[in-house]
Ligand binder design. Structure first.
Ligand code: HEM
Length: 536
């Protein structure tokens, strides 16, 4: 059953006020002056030079010259759609966020899917992580769920994010994507930063070559702290479950698709929506007790390289997302949308996951330059549907005409000033914080291999074969024997069968398992009894 479109035409519409009957539209300048001729420049005589006084010519070319903005530093290639989210209401026991807790409440959303490493014009079906970012325009303000199609991440601390991205992006001297040339920098990084072992397994699996955006799972990755109306809190992981199921391409298919139709995923999504086959996902929650050590069954919930297996904590479905409308304008919407992990609403809080904490800084910072100043929340695609009454003023691209003289609080000048109140405002949870300043490496963040192994042993034989082929292909592109051998020793630390099969594919001997000080694996880590009892 499909939900009918509910996009609200009260919101900024692309309709031009002068748009009327066919044939009634007139070409104008930006100032509204009707244009007499847009094909011939003003010249001094039929063979003379072009005159500087031709304002239409200069405006037309100048505007064109400035049509591009910087692409995103990561996730540059993306595709968006509008939709609605309908809450089932059963999340009320864990969160007071109105858009989740109120049964049948419908919230407008904008979703952007993306690849991570390729540039804006790159192909869709590459081996990569996919972004799955959702903007909920709730009545309490905007909530962004800025997730990926994989539940873990390469690094545990945001301070390493520039490094992993630099190692994975096209090499700076040639700007040729690593898939076609040398892979040394990526494998050099991940074989030394072994916390990435689990995420690399996902990246070498079929999950990295999805069949369609419509058949991808999504994950918030980090653990969030949810707060119910009665004040109780829980630690929660968020999931998107596609109603069409999770499907991937096989590698050869993905490569052929890249050549035949680099826009394969965008076309698929746009055509599905146009034809009324609206893609749907259920939002799911894994709800865990909010304990002082922030662990569950021995799993550190602040470590973003960990999942919580669904066998240990089932995913409870709390609402339905339906994408039912393609954007009217790619640039205005998909390119200018600005997601931020820090866009929260009452009932949803961040945790001290160091990756999440760094993200809280990064998104606003990058958008200040990408979107040209601090006023991008006023752009139609970002504008909250909740009432905005802030004391933020001026700045580049200000489009509001604010009135009044007192832009501070409290003031005795204005009769009616906006007030801040803990009654209905967002109140940060009073979670205790203490400790010595330092660049710490907690013991619970040092097991780099147990969950990588868990992933491998949970795969079917066909999926395992695909993973072996992916490692073999990708490592086969490494020029450096040292890097290749180091990564094989990482694989040997994860699983001897995996390492043996990849080494055989490369025609090299299996090195001994990687020895690394301060890092543990399934052999020596304090085994989580719950994890070791999982079915394989
Ligand atoms: C963009 C997800 C980690 C910095 C994005 C986007 C997604 C995403 C989905 C695309 C948003 C869009 O469609 O516009 C994630 C996930 C992460 C992660 C799931 C880890 C769990 C990080 C970290 C940093 C970072 C650690 C930096 C310290 C950025 C930046 C952008 C971005 C700068 C571009 C934003 C823009 O230009 O609007 N990320 N990311 N990300 N991410 Fe992340």
């Amino acid at each position: 059953e499909q939900t009918p479109p509910t996009y609200d035409p009260r919101h900024p519409s692309p309709e031009h006020p002068r748009r009327g009957e066919a044939g009634s539209r007139r070409l104008t300048t930006a100032q509204g002056l009707r244009v007499d001729d847009t094909d011939r420049s003003l010249t001094a005589g039929p063979r003379g030079p072009v005159l500087l006084e031709d304002h239409h010519l200069r405006e037309k070319i100048t505007h064109f010259d400035h049509e591009r903005i910087p692409e995103r530093v990561v996730h540059a290639r993306g595709y968006g759609a509008r939709g609605t989210f309908r809450a089932y209401g059963n999340a009320a026991s864990v969160t007071k966020a109105a858009f989740l807790a109120t049964a049948d409440e419908e919230t407008e959303v904008f979703v952007r899917f993306s690849t991570v490493l390729g540039s804006r014009g790159s192909a869709d079906t590459v081996r990569d992580v996919r972004g799955f970012a959702t903007k909920f325009f709730t009545r309490e303000g905007v909530f962004d769920l800025v997730g990926n199609n994989m539940p873990v991440f390469f690094v545990q601390d945001a301070i390493k994010f520039p490094d992993i991205i630099h190692a994975g992006k096209p090499h700076p001297h040639r700007e040729i994507p690593q898939a076609q040339t040398a892979h040394d920098t990526f494998w050099d990084f991940v074989s030394q930063h072994t916390e990435s072992a689990h995420m690399v397994m996902w990246a070498m699996s079929d999950r990295a070559i999805p069949r369609s955006y419509r058949t991808m799972e999504g994950f918030g990755v980090h653990t969030f702290r949810l707060e119910a109306a009665d004040g109780t809190t829980s630690l929660v992981k968020l999931h998107w479950k596609p109603l069409l199921g999770t499907h991937s391409q096989v590698w050869e298919e993905a490569q052929i698709t890249q050549g035949a139709d680099p826009d394969f995923h965008r076309r698929d999504l746009a055509e599905a929506i146009d034809s009324g086959a609206f893609p749907q996902w259920e939002l799911g929650l894994q709800v865990m007790p909010d304990t002082p050590d922030e662990t569950f069954e021995g799993i550190d919930l602040l470590d973003p390289t960990n999942i919580v297996p669904e066998e240990l904590c089932p995913v409870q479905r709390v609402g339905l997302l339906t994408l039912h409308q393609n954007p009217d304008n790619y640039f205005a919407e998909t390119e200018q949308v600005a997601f931020h992990v820090g866009h929260l609403v009452p009932g949803i809080h961040v945790t001290n996951d160091p990756l999440m904490q760094g993200r809280l800084f990064s998104y606003l910072d990058t958008q200040l330059s990408r979107l040209g100043g601090p006023n991008f929340a006023q752009l139609p695609v970002n504008r909250p549907r909740a009432e905005v009454d802030s004391n933020l003023r001026d700045g580049m691209h200000q489009t509001e005409v604010h009135t009044g003289v007192a832009v501070y609080k409290p003031n005795a000048v204005e009769d009616d000033e906006p007030t801040a109140s803990p009654e209905d405002g967002f109140v940060t949870l009073p979670t205790p914080v203490s400790g010595e300043k330092g660049r710490h490496h907690p013991v619970s963040f040092r097991d780099h291999f147990t969950q990588a192994r868990l992933f491998w042993v949970s795969m079917s034989p066909v999926e395992q074969a695909h993973i072996v082929e992916a490692y073999t292909f990708e490592l086969g592109k490494c020029f450096s024997q040292e890097i290749r051998t180091r990564e094989l020793s990482v694989l040997a630390r994860i699983d001897t069968d995996l390492a043996a099969r990849v080494a055989a594919g490369l025609g090299v001997p299996v090195p001994p398992p990687l020895e690394k000080e301060g890092v543990t694996g399934p052999e020596e880590a304090e085994p989580s009894p719950a994890l070791s009892q999982l079915p394989t």
